[in-house]
Each structure stands twice: as structure tokens, then as C-alpha cells.
Design a protein. Structure first.
Length: 198
């Protein structure tokens, strides 16, 4: 077996290490650029806001006429969402909400849904160098959680402001409790004693 040195790239992810400061950076710049080129978005104007407020996606905007359905059948909606989803899973958790919303309409997308996916691609165009940084020096004992209170933006599940805040807080607390349980189980020590050695 031959030692090829430190891994620089794996499964479309670029790996950058700085052992002197104990940092590891994962990015997918080349993959994102390839996706942008594949969907003819490599010359698109980048945007800095991930999901603009003018996108109000719902199942009610699905294609109604035969012409709309025929047009959307030639649009690579599922392929684009899947390509973006791979980046999300590997190195881009910042796009997870937008990809989640876009993936709801894979069965019957409409022009508005496709515009939203192209917006996500434009966001990726402006943030190709973004990735995950693991910094051992900045590790802390406390975690910070965030909850999305914008249930009014989801046309299918709108709630009043108070109900939205309550639902978001309840979901966040349930997630924290699950994570605390997982953390406790990960820190459990397992020891074995062989009586014949004692």
C-alpha cells in the first residue's frame, strides 16, 4: 500500500488543512461551478440574499394548462434541485431551508418554482468559496440554536404570529432535547474487565 499524503479532494469536496492552527476547511467550489455551467447559470448575476421575499411558493401555483405542463416538462427542475441538494448535504448547510422549500414541488413544478431554483443557483454563484470550517481553537462548551419564525412565508401552513413563535420555539426545544440525549449517549464510557487478567 502506498501513502499518497493528505487527502485534497474527495467526492467533489475540496479539503484544506492547516495543522499548525488545527483548522480544516471543506468546500465545493469546483462542484458548484460545474453545476452552474450545466444549468447555464455560470454567467448569471450573483445575489447575496438566499431566498428573496418575493418568492411565495405553494402547491396552488402548479401548472394548470397543457402549455404550462409541456413547458415545465422540458425544464430540468428535479436535476437542478438534486444537484443543489448534494452541495447542501456536503458543505452548504446555509442553503438547506431554500432547498427544502424547492424540493416540495419536484412532482409538479411551475415557472415560479423554477425561478426560485435559479435564484438559489445565483446565490451559489456569489458564494462559491463558502464552505465549512472546523476550528479546534474556537470550540466551546455551549451551543447556540436558531429557530425560523417565518411561518407566514409558507403559504400552505400559515399561522398567526403568536402561534408561529410558539410552534418554532417548541420545535427548537424538542430538537435541543434530542441533541442533549444524543450527546449524553456519545459521552457514555464503556469499560470491559477481563476477570482472568485481574
Amino acid at each position: 500500500m502506498k501513502d499518497l499524503g493528505a487527502t485534497k479532494k474527495i467526492l467533489g469536496m475540496e479539503i484544506t488543512r492547516d495543522r499548525s492552527v488545527r483548522k480544516l476547511f471543506l468546500s465545493q467550489q469546483a462542484y458548484v461551478e460545474k453545476v452552474l455551467k450545466h444549468f447555464n447559470m455560470n454567467n448569471a448575476k450573483p445575489v447575496t440574499i438566499l431566498f428573496a421575499t418575493h418568492f411565495k411558493l405553494s402547491a396552488d401555483t402548479s401548472p394548470k394548462t397543457d402549455e404550462e405542463m409541456e413547458h415545465m416538462s422540458s425544464v430540468p427542475y428535479s436535476s437542478a434541485v438534486g444537484s443543489i441538494m448534494y452541495a447542501m448535504v456536503c458543505t452548504r448547510p446555509d442553503i438547506s431551508h431554500a432547498v427544502s422549500v424547492a424540493s416540495r414541488y419536484m412532482a409538479c413544478p411551475e415557472k415560479e418554482h423554477w425561478q426560485a431554483v435559479k435564484w438559489i443557483l445565483r446565490y451559489l454563484k456569489g458564494t462559491t468559496d463558502v464552505g465549512l470550517t472546523f476550528d479546534r481553537a474556537k470550540m466551546s462548551d455551549s451551543d447556540v440554536g436558531y429557530a425560523d419564525l417565518d411561518f407566514a412565508g409558507d403559504l400552505g401552513k400559515r399561522r398567526s404570529l403568536i402561534e408561529a413563535e410558539y410552534m418554532a420555539l417548541a420545535e427548537a426545544v424538542m430538537e435541543v432535547l434530542w441533541l442533549q440525549g444524543m450527546h449524553v449517549s456519545l459521552l457514555t464510557q464503556i469499560r470491559m474487565v477481563n476477570k482472568s487478567e485481574s
